[in-house]
Ligand binder design. Structure first.
Ligand SMILES: Cc1cc2nc3c(=O)[nH]c(=O)nc-3n(C[C@H](O)[C@H](O)[C@H](O)COP(=O)(O)OP(=O)(O)OC[C@H]3O[C@@H](n4cnc5c(N)ncnc54)[C@H](O)[C@@H]3O)c2cc1C
Length: 292
């Protein structure tokens, strides 16, 4: 299995920012993935997994060691009779939601606007419109890079919460996930609900510009977007990073932004909200690599 060196990671994130990976690979099957993990272990390389890069802020200085992108590990089996779905880590969430709708399986309609992979969604407990991944997750097949063997953990062992899972603190690689969806629904009805969710997202959020979705977790019961908007920060810009004029919890790349601009704007918004409301917003997006 070949890896490439000094690969720019901006092309592998939806924000379109980030410096180079020292080494980078996109395995296409389990064997290639295991060879890469074995190589990283044997060489003492730092290891970083990424999926579709839709929730990542990668430093302009890039990342040391080996970055493995699992987006090519695609595929899913859907059983319309039982509603059990097995999806590989790289399967795009919107594709899975559409396939589930076609098979008359309910339960993923909320996820169609999330441009991540199954692996990233399992780690992040991605969610929208009242649903989240943990609601229908049965179990996850993982690999511990240290041993290289696959093992299965049930969803209950993964400490799921709001945009949180135990996997965020582990070094395990997500290989695949098993879901229990609701069988026996009309494909037309599930499809219509799925399309309506996408329509509501694309009409209220800036899908036409590079972003990472919501930047901050909602300080429940408050909404981060409302707090930011109330301070008049919509349109506020640092370099190429701008608080979206459409949805204040999105920061968009208006062109030529660097990770440092995104980072500076995140800190500015945090400082303004803290000054005005006395509460600290916590980023949902994950920073990787060094930031000032
Ligand atoms: C326009 C837009 C809208 C969005 N809307 C939503 C939304 O409504 N709700 C929501 O929750 N999120 C949303 N997001 C954020 C993002 O899409 C989700 O967090 C998604 O689950 C991230 O998946 P990913 O594959 O891109 O993961 P990445 O961003 O690549 O990685 C996220 C985390 O998962 C880890 N990871 C990824 N793959 C693996 C693997 N195979 N094994 C081990 N670890 C892995 C990474 O190391 C990292 O820690 C949105 C983003 C955009 C750009």
């Amino acid at each position: 299995m070949k890896y490439r060196s000094e690969v720019g990671l901006a092309d592998f994130t939806t924000w379109k920012v980030g410096g180079p990976a020292e080494h980078f690979a996109e395995p296409e099957n389990l064997e290639q993935l295991q060879l890469l993990l074995h190589w990283a272990q044997a060489e003492g390389q730092q290891l970083q997994l990424i999926g579709a890069g839709s929730n990542l802020l990668i430093s302009d200085q890039g990342l040391p060691g080996l970055v493995i992108c699992t987006r090519r590990l695609q595929g899913a089996q859907l059983d319309p009779a039982t509603g059990v779905v097995v999806a590989q880590a790289g399967e795009p969430i919107p594709t899975l939601a559409r396939r589930a709708a076609k098979a008359g399986l309910g339960g993923l309609e909320w996820s169609v606007g999330i441009p991540g992979t199954v692996g990233g969604a399992v780690v992040m407990n991605a969610g929208a419109q009242g649903g989240c991944l943990a609601d229908c997750l049965l179990d996850v097949t993982l690999i511990d890079p240290a041993g290289g063997e696959a093992f299965v953990l049930p969803a209950e062992a993964l400490a799921y919460g709001y945009r949180h899972s135990r996997l965020q603190a582990e070094t395990w690689v997500v290989l695949s996930a098993r879901f229990q969806l609701q069988p026996g629904e009309s494909p037309a009805a599930v499809g219509a609900r799925t399309s309506a969710n996408l329509q509501s997202r694309t009409s209220s959020q800036p899908y036409q510009l590079p972003s990472c979705g919501s930047v901050f977790r909602n300080p429940e019961p408050l909404k981060a977007g409302k707090l930011i908007e109330s301070l008049g920060l919509k349109g506020y810009q640092i370099g190429g990073a701008q608080v979206s004029t459409q949805h204040a919890n999105f920061i968009v790349n208006t062109g030529g932004a660097q990770a440092a601009h995104m980072d500076a704007l995140i800190r500015h918004v945090q400082a303004e909200v803290e000054k005005a409301h006395g509460l600290r917003l916590h980023p949902e997006v994950m920073r990787l690599g060094p930031f000032a």
